[in-house]
Design a protein around this ligand. Structure first.
Ligand SMILES: Nc1ncnc2c1ncn2[C@@H]1O[C@H](COP(=O)(O)OP(=O)(O)OP(=O)(O)O)[C@@H](O)[C@H]1O
Ligand SMILES: [Mg+2]
Length: 507
């Protein structure tokens, strides 16, 4: 986008909202109908009978250079978000009375974030977590955050706030694993244990809270990370993943009871696997989620107040290595060369493939779930994988006997679904965006980057004995791109989201 520094927040918010919706239209609406045509320097597409065009670069990442336009009465005129929403509503089957409101709410949220942003935090990792002003580039309403008061808790506005400390009577305490990091956050009365709560979630849960919990007042100050509901508690040196009954992108962010238990279960199962991976790929790191705590006061409160303890990325990286959120690097890559890219792809992609093929583990390595550890010269030296909610075990590859059937079900994917998830997250969501950031408008460099990635993946495929799905991928099989517009339009659950095929840059 041009002229970012000088445009007003409302203009920038409109530009970014239009861009995200237009990307969805290319990928999910016009693309699958064969209604997208490259016409350099433009990309042309037709939505609901109207011809649209924009100058684009960055391959599948679809970055725009200048304002998108629509053809009207033989003349190209600037396209607005509201017009594009109208075209989408005409083109898509069925009716969704919420859709236009969600897009507009997201645009308003971006403008409010831009108004509120001040100095970023001094911690470079935290600054990267809080840098995603425009959010997911392929989502129709990336920043919509239900309800009022959200700005107080917004990472992009560099919020910080104290958690609220609750006391849970010991006889109704629910916990598994190691939650020792919570104990130092305050003092609970005799017979009670400390339960930190997100103040926004407490407001949302207020009517259901009942009288079994005691309010111990404010606790340590925390800072929200990019997911909003996971916060960093610097004094305790951990992250806390809270439930938040707010729709953020496609999900209401609730830790289901079987996900609380599943995180702890996965942490103990993944430990020996990651130990083994890091022998072959010493740059590999991950963020264990050793325990959770909640209150056994009915499912609503057990899930609504359940908090997962997660290791801090600083603790995962070696001394002298700075963790940076991959999504932040996709906005602003520190280098524009193929050596940096080679190091990046090796650190991030190879362990993901090794985990899938050798160990039957499906990571969810999208841009928001991966941190890249940069060394003093800014080179990718380590890759840190996080978020066990999206981490799954391939069905049939692990003995899940002894687990509660619901816990086992929630942490299993069949091989095919798992592979689609890996390819979507790693290639479509992640590496296409990093490649676009590295290459900028240099199409020749972009092609070179994919040649390099192909070489690295092919070498790894040979090491792994050419597993069929990876061979197909290297032979140019189309990539599965998650249909975020489709799932919002259908008002369906995130897990019901389908994929649309897009061209494979490795071909
Ligand atoms: N390119 C991207 N891909 C996926 N998510 C993105 C992207 N950019 C921004 N996001 C945001 O990142 C979050 C991803 O959600 P995800 O389900 O991985 O996180 P979570 O489970 O809520 O929290 P955590 O990652 O801390 O475990 C959403 O808020 C989404 O809007
Ligand atoms: Mg995540």
């Amino acid at each position: 986008m041009h002229g970012l520094a000088i445009e007003a927040p409302s203009a920038l918010a409109e530009e970014a909202t239009l861009a995200a919706l237009l990307r969805c239209c290319v990928r999910e609406v016009a693309g699958p109908r064969g209604l997208v045509w490259p016409a350099p320097p433009y990309l042309l597409l037709r939505v609901a009978g109207t011809l649209l065009r924009a100058r684009t670069y960055g391959g599948a990442a679809l970055r725009f250079d200048g304002p998108p336009e629509r053809l009207e009465g033989g003349t190209w005129r600037p396209l607005t978000t509201d017009e594009l929403v109208g075209l989408v509503e005409t083109e898509l089957q069925g009716h969704n009375g919420e859709f236009a409101g969600q897009v507009a709410a997201s645009r308003d949220a971006v403008a409010a974030i831009l108004e509120a942003r001040a100095e970023p935090p001094a911690d470079p990792w935290l600054a990267s977590e809080q840098s995603l002003v425009y959010g997911h580039p392929f989502h129709p309403s990336p920043k919509a955050r239900g309800g009022d008061g959200w700005l107080r808790y917004a990472p992009e506005a560099h919020a910080e706030f104290p958690v609220r400390l609750l006391g849970v009577r010991e006889d109704v305490l629910a916990e598994e694993g190691d939650v020792s990091a919570l104990e130092g956050m305050g003092r609970a009365p005799d017979g009670y244990r400390l339960l930190p709560a997100h103040p926004w979630q407490l407001d949302l849960l207020r009517p259901a809270l009942g009288t079994d919990l005691v309010d111990l007042g404010p606790g340590p100050v925390v800072m929200p990370t990019s997911s909003v509901r996971t916060v960093y508690a610097p004094e305790a040196g951990v992250c806390l993943k809270f439930s938040l009954d707010v729709r953020i992108t496609n999900c209401v962010r609730k830790n289901a009871w079987y996900e609380l238990a599943g995180a702890v279960e996965l942490t103990s199962r993944l430990k020996p696997i990651f130990d083994e991976i890091s022998v072959k790929h010493p740059a590999t790191r991950w963020l264990p989620e050793p325990g959770y705590r909640s209150a056994a006061l009915g499912t609503r409160l057990h899930e609504g107040l359940g908090v997962i303890v997660r290791q801090s990325p600083w603790a995962a990286c070696s001394p002298g290595v700075t963790p940076v959120l991959a999504a932040a690097l996709a906005l602003d890559a520190p280098a524009r060369d193929s050596v940096w890219w080679s190091a990046y792809v090796s650190a991030v992609a190879l362990p993901v493939l090794e985990l899938y093929f050798t160990h039957g583990v499906v990571l969810e390595p999208h841009l928001q779930n991966v941190l890249v550890g940069l060394d003093a010269s800014g080179m990718p030296a380590e890759a840190v994988f996080r978020d066990l909610e999206g981490t799954k075990l391939v069905a049939g590859r692990h003995d899940l006997g002894g687990l509660h059937p619901e816990v086992a079900r929630a942490l299993t994917y069949d091989a095919e679904r798992g592979w689609a998830r890996v390819v979507y997250c790693l290639l479509v969501n992640h590496l296409t965006e990093i490649a676009a950031a590295v290459a900028g408008q240099d199409d020749g460099l972009l092609r070179e980057l994919w040649r390099i990635a192909r070489g690295l993946l092919a070498k790894h495929a040979a090491d792994l004995g050419w597993p069929l799905p990876l061979s197909d991928l290297l032979a140019g099989a189309p990539l599965p791109a998650k249909a975020n517009l489709g799932v919002r339009w259908a008002r369906a659950a995130d897990r019901a989201a389908g994929y649309v095929p897009i061209a494979n840059p490795l071909a």
